[in-house]
Design a protein around this ligand. Structure first.
Ligand SMILES: [Zn+2]
Length: 262
């Protein structure tokens, strides 16, 4: 957990303890909103369902600017539909599935993991967006073979009204599969977090074709992502139109997460 973050560890702990410290970072970076990515992964990451209450409680400091994400672990839950309902009750705005850290492919409900299908179905019914991690992870114990975005093909077909977000665009191995899924399924959005902005158009040369479904993100403070503002500035330097920049940085996310007290 500390690897690559040793120099900033105390600072990161201070952010975890105090949402105002994070809001200050956001103010300095010109960032209005962040998604707080959390999901249970007791056997690999070492945290259970309390990660959901942590995110929800933390976000209460400013519910418009801090969007709590959470999860239900398909291999451990005893009540998948009820657990999704409890996330909604907590105020969680998105459910993250992390195949490499949770130990199953994202379409494992087609092969016997019934709880996963129940989770997707309930999210579809409740209007809770689902983000699927795609691409590799080098966290100890992570299984990167589950990072292939092709598994999302089944989800998009079987749950047509589910708002699906593909995190990280399959980087660094599966960008062709990722782009195929994004073109094939209009309900799937691309979250560019974790992709170095300077490489975004190398990874997705036809990004402009799906610009109405691309969501900005950084994956900060993961190792290698130093600064929220630096990523934004690098993105703004890419040869994209102003309309596409605005869609990716602002309006696409506003459509997925409309302000609740506008
Ligand atoms: Zn992820």
């Amino acid at each position: 957990m500390r690897a690559g973050k040793e120099a900033h560890w105390d600072f990161l702990l201070s952010l975890m303890d105090d949402p105002q410290a994070l809001l200050d970072v956001m103010d300095r970076s010109g960032v209005w909103r962040v998604g707080l990515v959390n999901y249970p992964s007791p056997d690999v990451m070492g945290f259970g369902d309390t990660t959901n209450t942590f995110a929800a409680t933390y976000a209460q400091a400013n519910p418009e600017r801090l969007l709590p994400y959470g999860g239900v672990h398909a291999r451990f839950t005893k009540d998948p539909a009820g657990d999704v309902d409890r996330l909604v009750d907590l105020g969680i705005r998105l459910l993250k599935i992390h195949p490499p850290h949770q130990g199953f492919p994202a379409n494992a409900y087609t092969d016997g993991l019934d709880a996963l299908g129940t989770i997707y179905r309930r999210c579809e019914e409740r209007g809770l967006p689902v983000m699927v991690h795609t691409g590799t992870s080098i966290f100890p114990g992570a299984r990167s073979k589950y990072g292939n975005p092709m598994e999302m093909d089944d989800i998009a077909i079987d749950f047509p009204d589910l708002a699906l977000v593909m995190a990280h665009g399959g980087r660094p191995l599966y960008m062709e599969e990722a782009f195929f899924i994004l073109r094939r399924h209009r309900a799937v959005r691309l979250d560019v977090s974790g992709i170095p902005p300077t490489k975004l158009l190398e990874y997705f040369p036809r990004l402009a074709e799906i610009a109405d479904r691309v969501l900005w993100g950084t994956d900060w403070p993961s190792p290698g992502v130093k600064d929220l503002r630096q990523n934004i500035d690098q993105f703004l330097a890419l040869p994209l139109s102003d309309a596409h920049r605005k869609a990716i940085l602002e309006t696409n996310a506003l459509a997925l997460f409309p302000p609740r007290h506008a």
